[in-house]
Design a protein around this ligand. Structure first.
Ligand code: IPT
Length: 945
């Protein structure tokens, strides 16, 4: 058999220095057959002249073609773009009678130097037959897979000839119906390689009992004596003899590979008898499921990914190394950490770049049968099983050693059936060190993760909260970036960050695949139909984050901002930066800031950021801000590099954020102290003390010089007394159990400087018995302004559609005496009843606050409040300021309208429900209703005498 079984793709070198460069062009054992070939374009294989098969090449009337390249982009036939539909009859038993066929031929000289010569095709679309010096070598298929032939006995020293016949359509076209241009020909490298005694090499990194090692599986000629030496940064770090079979080599002082720390080792296999050195790079990284999460080196992964087709607007899927390097660099610079090779194994060099730059790859099998749905999918048909399996095996063998590949994908859009089950089994037999993905496997029978496409945010949330023990969810496609789009990327990212069972996704897609064409109006990018194709899918190939020329669209800028690796927490002049990295400790970064009032810069500066461990908060950083803020004052923050870091130049911006700036409080500096017990965190600053319960995450006490203000938790609540116009919805509300919510603290993180403390709390609030809840991200600042609380919340599960209010309830130890406020007044206001309540500065005593409805019910809300001072019968008064207008109300401690209660409750609400007149008329108009959308509000509380 001349055709070699699938194996790892490797090259031999004659010197260590060139072997370590990993540049195949530097090896004397690599003979590229790329370049200009003679070419003859025919309408069908039936037209192939007998002279060609007889090896009489001079008898043929040749034109020329560039290899690698596509026939259709060099004047031979036309491109055709389809997404799902097949442009030929859906009949795999017969290729169409009109089946464009290209005959390729060239002379080359090559002097064999080592024991064996292998002819390697990296990609030919869709089937081919090859002859060397007029002798039949064999045939190949699997357009995006490698095919190798042993040609040792056919090559002659000096001049040789090679001839290849390529057919555009074959039965395999039905398995290669990806959403792309149909482009055929020899579109990847053709090479003859000299080889010594090594036949195959698989390196599996293993982490066991705190120690890294590699398992090196070698297949070699019987008489070969191979030695392996491991290099890191050019220096040898380990070595071992490599007999056929598996040898384990421990690696001491390990430098792990992750997408953030792409440390690469090179194993150089020396075959002294042959005088050949085979370098193979690897990375120390372990992919595994821990606690139902996809983990890399023990840490859960969040995929901030893109789907990437191989595409160049002039050369189609024939890409140069320079083009691949600059494109993957652009992807990495955007902060993207993962690529799905939609929907086929890529040009081999792509994985070298991902190994070097640090990108997590889902390597997808060259398999999509989408268009066959009109007849019958081949998924369960035994006829196709061998082909399904061998495609997967060829991918895994070829790409086995790349650390960047963390997941194998069985293919795309091919339903799910027995042939996928066989495919997955074949992959697991070859490689237990990676996970398996297949979106069509909805019940995750063989896939390690639940993968979906374009799932609405609400549906992701519903599953996320359903079960603790379930396979993780990833979105292999979402955010359809066709034209102007995609929207809601931040909404997706919030959900990815909130729920541990959701591990991110991959935008569809990286780039527009518009072909560049000369038109009377000059060169233009064209889409399906531009070549008169009767079956085409129009503009569905123009759906990327960048244009065909890789100019970023606004969609990419949005995505970059949404996935940026830092989060900013800000209160007044204080900033805390959180690192969202998983593996790297930051270095050489500055926080640059600028204050703008009505868009004009009034102050600015920069602060060096201390090194931040993964996931860590910075200390509280104080900015030298002017005292005055106001509604038009905006603080712009950015994090920049001060040295070259990987793909980032000095001065590169890694993250940015804008926040409103309200000005500085007048209070003096004071020392802040934190005391912690297993039950609570207590922060004291000057006379103010704030206590947070570690179990619930709620503030349980606010006190001034030991005078306690709260009689119970300051909890986020949703209920209020029903009004008469609620009479028809009360029963429903009871079923939703909004009045009895349980709070649970999921995490609490703290940071501080001398006079300010920040606490970041994650909470979950949920009713008993039924399936919905609210995820809360609360940041609490104790500083000169008092306690600033930013609360962001997301409803999830089978959530109620509407709720009566969303906000904090502060049960006081005493009663309210007076309320002084700036907001709507003098009387109460609700979203659909506020015309008689203009904004102003008002003051009322407790007995004037709520309207005494004859039937007791909700009353007294004031909308649009900017600040309020609430004095009490005994103890300190409470001052509240909102970053944006909030709702204020005072009711009795028992939740009833104010009367003769002995203590009261203050409510600070983000939003309240409207009134309507549904007791005998309509519900509130939709535009006034309080839907259970995500919310975000900030209030600052201070106590004073
Ligand atoms: C999905 C395909 O997987 C992808 O290749 C692309 O065609 C995308 O649609 C549309 O641009 S499949 C679709 C049926 C959701």
């Amino acid at each position: 058999m001349r055709k070699l079984p699938p194996r790892t793709r490797f090259f031999a070198y004659d010197e260590l220095a060139t072997a370590l460069t990993y540049k195949e062009g530097a090896s004397p054992f690599v003979h590229s057959l790329n370049g200009t070939w003679q070419f003859c374009y025919l309408q069908s294989p039936r037209e192939v002249p007998a002279a060609f098969r007889a090896g009489d090449y001079d008898a043929i009337d040749w034109q020329t073609i560039k290899v690698p390249g596509h026939m259709e982009l060099q004047g031979y036939g036309k491109p055709n773009y389809t997404n799902i539909s097949l442009p030929i009859p859906v009949d795999p038993a017969a290729a169409p009678a009109n089946n464009p066929t290209g005959l390729y031929y060239r002379r080359f000289s090559c002097t064999p130097q080592l024991a064996r010569q292998v002819l390697r095709f990296d990609g030919v679309d869709s089937t081919f037959t090859v002859w060397l010096n007029g002798q039949l070598v064999g045939d190949g298929h699997g357009s995006r897979l490698m095919t190798e032939f042993d040609v040792t006995d056919l090559l002659k020293p000096g001049e040789n000839t090679i001839a290849v016949q390529v057919e555009k359509w074959s039965e395999y076209s039905f398995l290669e119906d990806q959403d792309q241009w149909w482009l055929s020909g020899i579109f990847r490298d053709v090479t003859i390689i000299d080889e010594g005694g090594l036949n195959d090499l698989q390196i599996t990194p293993q982490y066991q009992e705190g120690q890294w090692q590699i398992a090196v599986a070698v297949q070699a000629e019987a008489n070969a004596h191979l030695r392996g030496k491991v290099y890191f940064a050019g220096q040898p770090v380990a070595e071992a003899a490599l007999p056929t079979g598996t040898t384990t080599i421990p690696i001491s002082a390990p430098r792990e590979w992750t997408d953030e720390t792409p440390n690469l080792y090179t194993l150089v296999v020396a075959d002294d008898a042959a005088g050949a050195l085979v370098p193979m790079r690897f990375g120390l990284r372990q992919v595994e499921m821990i606690d139902d999460q996809i983990c890399l080196n023990g840490e859960p992964v969040l995929f901030n990914g893109v789907n990437r087709h191989e595409f160049n607007p002039e050369t189609g899927r024939a890409l140069t190394q320079e083009y691949i390097l600059s494109e993957v660099t652009q992807i990495k610079r955007a902060g993207i950490n993962a690529i799905r090779t939609s929907h086929y194994p890529n040009t081999p060099y792509f994985y070298d770049v991902c190994d070097e730059l640090g990108l997590l790859v889902i390597d997808e099998c060259d398999l999509e049968t989408h268009g066959m749905y009109v007849t019958e999918m081949p998924t369960d048909d035994p006829y196709w099983q061998g082909e399904f399996v061998s495609r997967a095996e060829r991918m895994v063998h070829r790409d086995f050693n790349h650390p960047c590949i963390v997941i194998w994908s069985l293919g795309n859009e091919s339903d799910f059936g027995e042939n996928h089950v066989a495919e997955a089994a074949a992959i697991r037999k070859l490689d237990v060190s990676r996970l398996i993905h297949y979106e069509g496997d909805r019940k995750t029978e063989v896939a390690d993760m639940y993968s979906t496409m374009y799932t609405p945010v609400e549906d992701i949330e519903k599953r996320a909260v359903k079960l603790t023990h379930q396979k993780p969810h990833i979105l292999c496609e979402y955010g359809h970036a066709m034209g102007n789009g995609a929207g809601s990327l931040q909404d997706y990212q919030d959900v990815f960050r909130l729920y541990k069972s959701v591990q991110g996704g991959f935008i569809w897609e990286w780039k527009d695949h518009g072909l560049k064409q000369a038109t009377p109006a000059g060169p233009q990018y064209v889409w399906g139909g531009a070549f008169g194709e009767p079956v085409n899918d129009g503009t569905f190939c123009i759906d990327g984050l960048v244009r065909p020329d890789r100019v970023p669209s606004p969609g990419l800028l949005e995505y970059e901002h949404v996935i940026q690796p830092f989060q900013f927490f800000v209160a007044q002049n204080h900033v805390v930066v959180k690192s969202l990295y998983h593996y790297q400790t930051t270095r050489d970064l500055v926080l640059r800031w600028q204050l703008e009032v009505t868009g004009e810069k009034v102050a600015g500066g920069q602060i060096a950021l201390p090194a931040l461990a993964p996931g860590a908060l910075s200390p509280v950083l104080s900015l030298e801000l002017p005292e005055a803020g106001g509604v038009d004052a905006m603080l712009n923050l950015a994090i920049e590099t001060t040295t070259v870091q990987g793909v980032f130049e000095t001065g590169a911006q890694l993250a940015s954020q804008q926040v409103a700036y309200q000005g500085l409080p007048a209070q003096p500096d004071a020392a802040a102290t934190v005391s912690q017990t297993p039950a609570a965190v207590t922060i004291t600053r000057g006379p103010l003390t704030v206590t947070v319960d570690r179990g619930t995450g709620n503030i349980t006490q606010l006190s001034q010089d030991d005078q306690k203000v709260l009689a119970g938790d300051m909890a986020l609540t949703l209920d209020r007394l029903p009004i008469s116009n609620d009479m028809n919805v009360v029963a429903e509300r009871q079923k939703e159990r909004i009045a009895t919510l349980f709070a649970r603290c999921e995490s609490i993180q703290m940071t501080q400087n001398d006079d300010t403390v920040m606490v970041a709390i994650r909470q979950r609030i949920a009713p008993p018995a039924i399936n919905w809840g609210i995820e809360l991200a609360v940041t609490l600042w104790v500083g000169a302004a008092g306690v600033t609380i930013r609360t962001r919340g997301w409803f999830d599960g089978e959530k109620p559609t509407e709720v009566p209010r969303i906000g904090y309830q502060l049960p006081l130890t005493t009663t309210v005496r007076t309320v002084d406020w700036f907001g709507r007044g003098l009387g109460e206001s609700y979203p659909d009843s506020l015309d008689a309540a203009p904004l102003g500065h008002y003051q009322l005593n407790r007995d004037q606050w709520g309207f005494p409805y004859v039937v007791p019910q909700e009353a007294g809300n004031r909308m649009g409040v900017r600040w309020a001072t609430i004095t009490t019968a005994t103890g300190p008064s409470l001052h509240v300021a909102g970053l944006t207008p909030f709702n204020l109300n005072v009711v009795g401690g028992d939740g009833q309208p104010l009367g003769n209660q002995s203590s009261d409750q203050v409510r600070l609400d983000a939003r309240v429900q409207a009134l309507g007149s549904n007791s005998c008329g309509p519900l509130p108009l939709p535009r006034y209703r309080l839907y259970t959308d995500p919310f975000d509000f900030t209030v600052t509380l201070n106590l004073q005498y």
